[in-house]
Design a protein around this ligand. Structure first.
Ligand SMILES: Nc1ncnc2c1ncn2[C@@H]1O[C@H](COP(=O)(O)OP(=O)(O)OP(=O)(O)O)[C@@H](O)[C@H]1O
Length: 241
């Protein structure tokens, strides 16, 4: 890979209760790239993101972010170090307004108005519903708010779990544009995404998981050109899914 990794997992193993979910994950995310984390349902993608954030604690292995060992750091400190996390189930506060959700997400202080204008440009609905309770937004708007919360301050790395799941095509396009903007600003993104058109359009690299391990790693273009490889790694033709 061309650039130094901003994130490096070395032999990360995580148990949930009695189950061995991650079994020695080795993963590199190069700076200023989009790395796709792919694999069948239950392969361990969400558990990998949660282990990076310290929501699950790995019992073996090491996690380095920007050269610093974050393996045992408290989650809040990991976030402050510069990782934005967008969980699969949104992570927004339904009873609070859009504005309050955004203000709470700005962990370094007041919201930067230029950055907020950029977010309103990408997701105009958030401006329209600024003073509405987040719980009253549509599914797509909630997903936009969830991503916008992570975008409100500059982060070196974003971990984003299935941002387009269940969204209408027009909103998927908006979402993809927002992620592209983040990358153009110099961020790295580790993205779990089942929509192959999105994965193909955004991904520079791809890591495929199976049964708690990375089983293939390489340029996204190599995977998208090779239907046989997709079939072998994921048991399905991604292009047809
Ligand atoms: N809280 C939990 N308790 C018990 N098992 C869990 C828990 N969370 C996840 N698992 C199990 O860990 C395995 C990996 O789950 P994970 O959510 O990381 O997979 P995934 O690759 O993200 O899949 P999906 O696309 O379905 O979200 C699965 O077998 C799942 O059932």
């Amino acid at each position: 890979m061309s650039s130094e990794p901003i994130l490096e997992l070395v032999g990360v193993s995580t148990d949930i209760g009695q189950y061995h979910i991650l079994r020695g994950v080795d993963l590199n995310v190069p700076a200023n790239t989009v790395t796709m984390l792919l694999g069948r349902n239950g392969a361990g993608k969400t558990t990998t993101l949660r282990s990076i954030m310290g929501h699950w604690r790995c019992h073996e292995g090491r996690i380095f972010f920007d050269g610093v060992d974050i393996t045992k750091m408290p989650t809040a400190e990991i976030a402050r170090a510069g990782i934005g996390y967008v969980p699969e189930h949104m992570g927004i506060f339904s009873d609070l307004t859009v504005e309050e959700n955004m203000r709470l997400a700005a962990i370094q202080g007041p919201i930067d108005s230029a950055r907020l204008d950029w977010i309103f440009g990408v997701f105009p609905a958030l401006k329209t519903f600024w003073r509405s309770a987040a719980g009253t937004l549509s599914g797509g708007q909630k997903q936009m708010l969830s991503i916008a919360r992570a975008m409100i301050e500059e982060r070196k790395l974003y971990l984003i779990d299935e941002p387009t799941k269940g969204l209408a095509p027009a909103i998927v396009t908006t979402m993809a544009r927002a992620l592209n903007d983040l990358k153009r600003q110099g961020a790295a993104i580790l993205l779990v995404e089942q929509n192959f058109a999105v994965a193909q359009a955004l991904g520079d690299y791809s890591d495929v998981m199976d049964d708690g391990r990375i089983v293939w790693s390489g340029a996204m273009s190599r995977l998208s050109e090779n239907a046989e490889l997709q079939q072998k790694l994921m048991g399905l033709s991604l292009a047809g899914s």
